[in-house]
Every structure is written in C-alpha cells, then in structure tokens.
Design a protein around this ligand. Structure first.
Ligand code: HEC
Ligand code: HEC
Ligand code: HEC
Ligand code: HEC
Length: 342
C-alpha cells in the first residue's frame, strides 16, 4: 500500500483537506492537519536514480506533462489564480499542490519538491526495492542466468518493499485515479481547480505517458489483451475513485455536483460493459455502487461501496488476462484518441 494513498489515509483518519504543514515527515495523529504527499519523501530516490539504468524511460518521460509541470506550473497564470483563491503564497511550498503536481524527497533534512510526477509516483517510492528489483542473484549473474526460484523471490521481495510492477495493473492504475479525480473539495470549490480529468486509462496511458522501452526498445502500444484489461480496470477505478470523491463532499457546490455526475456516469458505464463481456464481477460492482446514494455527508456508505468496487476490480485484474474479452474491442479508443503532449 502506498504510504500516501488516499484510501489508506482515510482509514487511519488523517484529514485529507488540511493546512500546510510542509516539512512534516512523520505521519501520526500530530500531523492530522497535514495534507499528505503522494509518496513518503524519506523513501523517494528521485528520477535520476532510476535513470542510471532506465535511460530510455527517462527520455520518454521528459516528453510528458508529468515531467514539465515541475517547471511550468509555478509560472502559469491559471495556477497563480488558483493559489490566490486558496490563499497560498508559494505553489512549490503549498502542500495542496505538492501532493499531485510534484514529487518530494528529503533534501538537507527537509522534504522538498525535486521533480514533477515521476517514476516513483506510479511505481512506488524506491528506497527499499531499488537494489532488490535489479539484482539477478549477484554481480555476475545476468537476467538470462537467473534461477526461476530467485526470480520469484526477487519479485516478491520487491513488491513487499513497495514496488508497483506494471503487471499489477490495478495497483499501478490506482495511482492515476488518485490524482486524476482530484478528491479535494476546497481546491475545486474555492480554488476553481478542475474536478478531475476526463480520464480513460488506455487513451491516457498509450500517448505521451507510454514508455514500453525496457523489454523491447520499440515503445509499442500495449497488446490488445492488455488494452482490454486496462480499459476494464480503468473504468472500475473511475467508479471507485468518483465514489470516494463523493464521499468527501460536504457542500452542495461545484465539487459535489461534478463528482456525483462522474460517479453516475461511471456506474452506467460499468453496467454497459457488463453486457459486452462475460465477467460476473461487473454486475456485482454495479450493485455495490448502486447501494450507496450519491448525496452529501454519506461518507460511510459511499466508502464501503468504493471498497467493494475495489475488491471486485482487484479480483478481475488477478483472474483475467483479457484474452476472452474481445467484446470490448469496439469500445477501445483508437490511436487518434491517445493523449499526446502538444
Ligand atoms: C541498477 C540498475 C537499475 C536501477 C537503478 C533501477 N532499475 Fe528498474 N530495472 C532494472 C532491471 C535490470 C530491470 C529488469 C528486471 C527484470 O527483468 O525482472 C528493471 C525493471 C524495472 C521495472 C519493470 C519490472 C517488471 O515487473 O517488469 C520497473 C517498473 C522499474 N525497473 C522501475 C524502476 C524505478 C522506478 C527505478 C528508480 C526508483 C528503477 N527501476 C531503478 C534495473 C534498474
Ligand atoms: C488531487 C490532485 C491535484 C491537486 C492536489 C492539485 N492538482 Fe492541479 N491538476 C491535477 C490534475 C490531474 C490536472 C490535469 C487535468 C487534466 O489535464 O485533465 C491538474 C491541472 C492543473 C492545472 C492546468 C494545467 C495545464 O497545463 O493545463 C493547473 C493550473 C493546476 N492544476 C494548478 C494546481 C494548483 C495551483 C494546485 C495547488 C493549489 C493544484 N493544481 C493541486 C491534479 C491536482
Ligand atoms: C504516470 C505513471 C507512470 C510514470 C510516471 C512512470 N511509469 Fe513506468 N509504467 C507505468 C505503467 C502504467 C506501465 C505499464 C504500461 C503498459 O503496460 O503499457 C509502466 C511500465 C514500465 C516499465 C516496463 C516497460 C516495458 O518495456 O514493458 C518500466 C521498466 C518502467 N515503467 C519504468 C519507469 C521509469 C524508470 C519511469 C521514470 C522515468 C517510469 N516508469 C515512469 C506507469 C508509469
Ligand atoms: C501524483 C499524481 C499523478 C499521478 C499518479 C498520475 N498523474 Fe497524470 N497528471 C497529473 C497532473 C498534476 C497532470 C497535469 C500536469 C500539468 O499539465 O501541469 C497530469 C497530466 C497527465 C496527462 C496529460 C494531460 C493533458 O491534459 O494533456 C496524461 C495523459 C496523464 N496525466 C496520464 C496519466 C496516467 C495514464 C497515469 C497513471 C498511469 C497518471 N497520469 C498518473 C498527476 C498525476
């Protein structure tokens, strides 16, 4: 579980929308007012550390908004307007912006933003797994000579230490939705920030974000079976995170209205997808979501519904490989729809 994952923080009762308490590293009841960062800064290695081995991934990443936001955001007029409305002086020191636009690490004893949305924002903070995941069994052992037992153990150890591998589709995609649904009522109502992105996982991951450059240099679009799974898990996550978003709504204003609309749409989509393929989890997900009314101050029920959706989504990610889901091909976005940086 990510240290800064919105869901886990909800569980330990840390206030989501909080005051700036930048620099806090220890999380505990004392930090109840702190807006959490996406990752534990004490465990963040930074993109340069990954780039020592993953040069091509770094090159791909440099062409994305995730990279450029670090420099562009603080200079954007629109960002300034949001910050002013929120009463924030420095965007790069405002915890309300840091959690999604930047990655923080410890510099000279203090948490500081070091880059935009980085490798670790999606694959997990690296400190405890960076060595383990690339060690095939000693200095002289190459990938092709690694024993199957060692490989299994290496992956298990890396994941236990917080690595989010691409094969764990639900987990890796969970990150996208935790930022792209913008579950921050004040930021939307007071700051005028967008209440999330019109996010669909295939289109949004196969354009500027794509970096399938390790196992082959070609940066190919994901295989069709993988696209189907991405589409499906993405739609489920959209429902899960919009329910979590509605759960946080306390006022009848922009935020609540937009989140509720999004949740309703996401719910409808799941029902429609359930007719296209044979996967009973989808209707179970739909029913769980339908059981919680999309209204203000209904946090417990909406959170329970989101948790149920999450369980079904994770079960689907583990159980299926997409090979029997040809029924989805008609709704998959075409290459023209892939989000590319302009
Ligand atoms: C010392 C070199 C090295 C460094 C530094 C390094 N990696 Fe890797 N990485 C590798 C190797 C080697 C593999 C291939 C492992 C395999 O075949 O299972 C890999 C594989 C991966 C994978 C794919 C794993 C999979 O399940 O297919 C991801 C994701 C990844 N690295 C992310 C990162 C991130 C993020 C960082 C920085 C925090 C990082 N790596 C730093 C060498 C490195
Ligand atoms: C919960 C996550 C989250 C937080 C917190 C957040 N943002 Fe954003 N922000 C996003 C996402 C996601 C987008 C991209 C929206 C899109 O393109 O679909 C975005 C986009 C923007 C944009 C438009 C950028 C562009 O190039 O189009 C501005 C400006 C912005 N945010 C400013 C801020 C400021 C200022 C803060 C702090 C007060 C902040 N954001 C906090 C998630 C967040
Ligand atoms: C926005 C989230 C995100 C960011 C940022 C990100 N990754 Fe990934 N990464 C993913 C996803 C999702 C996949 C699986 C993509 C797929 O299946 O098409 C992936 C796949 C990979 C793979 C496997 C590639 C292959 O050839 O199959 C490696 C290695 C990797 N990432 C390393 C990195 C490194 C290093 C960085 C930083 C330069 C990085 N990633 C940044 C989300 C991200
Ligand atoms: C830590 C928060 C965070 C995570 C995790 C994250 N994003 Fe983003 N993403 C953002 C923000 C913030 C922006 C807007 C950056 C800007 O333009 O200033 C953005 C922008 C984008 C854009 C460009 C949008 C545009 O309007 O052109 C794409 C595409 C994208 N993200 C896809 C993804 C995908 C796919 C994943 C997961 C694999 C992901 N993101 C994970 C925060 C995040």
């Amino acid at each position: 579980m990510l240290w800064g994952n919105f869901m886990s923080l909800e569980k330990i009762g840390i206030l989501f929308v909080g005051l700036a308490m930048f620099g806090i590293v220890m999380m505990g009841p004392v930090a109840a007012k702190a807006q959490q960062l996406h990752l534990d800064p004490t465990k963040v290695m930074g993109p340069d550390a990954c780039g020592e081995c993953h040069k091509s991934s770094i090159e791909a990443w440099k062409g994305s908004h995730h990279f450029s936001t670090f420099k562009t955001l603080p200079r954007q007029k629109e960002a300034r307007t949001i910050a002013d409305k929120m009463g924030l002086k420095r965007i790069k020191a405002a915890s309300d912006c840091l959690s999604c636009h930047f990655t923080s690490a410890i510099v000279k004893g203090k948490a500081k933003p070091i880059a935009g949305i980085t490798c670790e924002s999606c694959h997990g903070a690296g400190r405890d797994w960076i060595k383990v995941h690339s060690d095939f069994g000693g200095k002289d052992v190459k990938a092709e000579n690694e024993s199957p037992a060692h490989k299994t153990e290496r992956y298990a150890k890396s994941e236990a230490a917080g690595m989010i591998r691409p094969s764990k589709l639900y987990k890796v995609a969970q990150n996208c939705y935790s930022c792209h649904t913008v579950p921050n009522e004040k930021l939307v109502n007071k700051g005028g920030h967008a209440a999330g992105s019109k996010f669909e996982l295939v289109a949004w991951s196969q354009g500027e974000v794509r970096h399938n450059v390790w196992y082959s240099k070609k940066n190919r679009v994901a295989a069709i079976e993988r696209q189907r799974m991405m589409y499906l898990i993405g739609r489920a996550l959209d429902l899960e995170y919009s329910l979590r978003g509605v759960a946080k709504a306390t006022k009848k204003a922009d935020y609540a209205v937009k989140m509720a609309k999004r949740a309703k749409k996401a719910r409808k989509r799941i029902k429609a997808i359930a007719k296209l393929i044979d996967a009973p989890e989808l209707m179970a997900m739909y029913k769980a979501a339908k059981a919680a009314k999309l209204k203000l101050k209904n946090e417990a029920k909406l959170t329970a519904a989101a948790d149920a959706v999450a369980r079904h989504a994770q079960a689907m990610a583990d159980k299926y490989d997409g090979s029997t889901f040809g029924g989805l091909d008609a709704v998959l976005p075409s290459a023209k729809k892939y989000k590319v940086a302009k």
